[in-house]
Structures are given as structure tokens and as C-alpha cells.
Design a protein around this ligand. Structure first.
Ligand SMILES: [Zn+2]
Length: 111
């Protein structure tokens, strides 16, 4: 992969367009493309080898897990949810969980 030259067209992920688009090679170091310019929005950015946005997802997953933890208190694990149709009313149950906990005081089942 050492036949790229400055100004050559190259496919890469544009962080601004959030798409895989044509780019022009803007900087080369040791036969490796290090910077490219998006031909659509003319943003210069580091060459991503066609990949983008995947490395930042863990932070979003953590936030999502925190939201889940808040919605389901540890005293009442999801496995012990009664079959009275309370599953769709998750938000209401989180707002006033005391009623259901006292009524279903069974320990969580573990298989
Ligand atoms: Zn772009």
C-alpha cells in the first residue's frame, strides 16, 4: 500500500459527514496516509482506514447501563417481576416500587 500520493482519491470515513466518502490524500508519512481531506465537506482529518465512530460506543453503553440500573432497583431484579402485566409499566413501577416489593417479597431465583 505504498502507491498513494498526495492528492490521490481514497475512500475513508468522514467524521463530519458521518459517511464513507471520497477523500483526497493530504499527508503521507513513511508511505502511510495519515491525513485526508473530505471531497464533500473539505474537512481535513486523520486517515481512519475506512473506519469511524466505533471506538466511542463503550461510553454510551455505560450510560445506558446506568439508566437501566436506575430503572430497576437491585432489591427487585427483573427476573422476579410478577406476571400481572407490570412489565409495560416500568416507569410507574420505578416511581413507586414499594407496593410491589412488599407484595412479592420472594428472593431472586438463580438457575
Ligand atoms: Zn465530509
Amino acid at each position: 500500500m505504498s502507491d498513494q500520493r498526495l492528492g490521490d482519491l481514497i475512500d475513508d470515513y468522514c467524521p463530519r459527514c458521518k459517511l464513507l466518502l471520497n477523500h483526497a490524500v493530504a499527508s503521507i508519512m513513511e508511505d502511510q496516509v495519515v491525513k485526508v481531506i473530505c471531497k464533500t465537506c473539505y474537512t481535513e482529518h486523520a486517515y481512519r482506514h475506512g473506519e469511524g465512530g466505533k471506538k466511542k460506543t463503550p461510553a454510551g453503553v455505560t450510560l445506558f447501563q446506568q439508566v437501566l440500573a436506575n430503572a430497576a432497583p437491585s432489591e427487585e431484579p427483573p427476573a422476579a417481576v410478577p406476571t400481572e402485566g407490570t412489565a409495560p409499566a416500568k416507569k410507574k413501577r420505578a416511581a413507586a416500587p414499594a407496593r410491589y416489593i412488599t407484595r412479592h417479597a420472594t428472593p431472586p431465583r438463580k438457575k
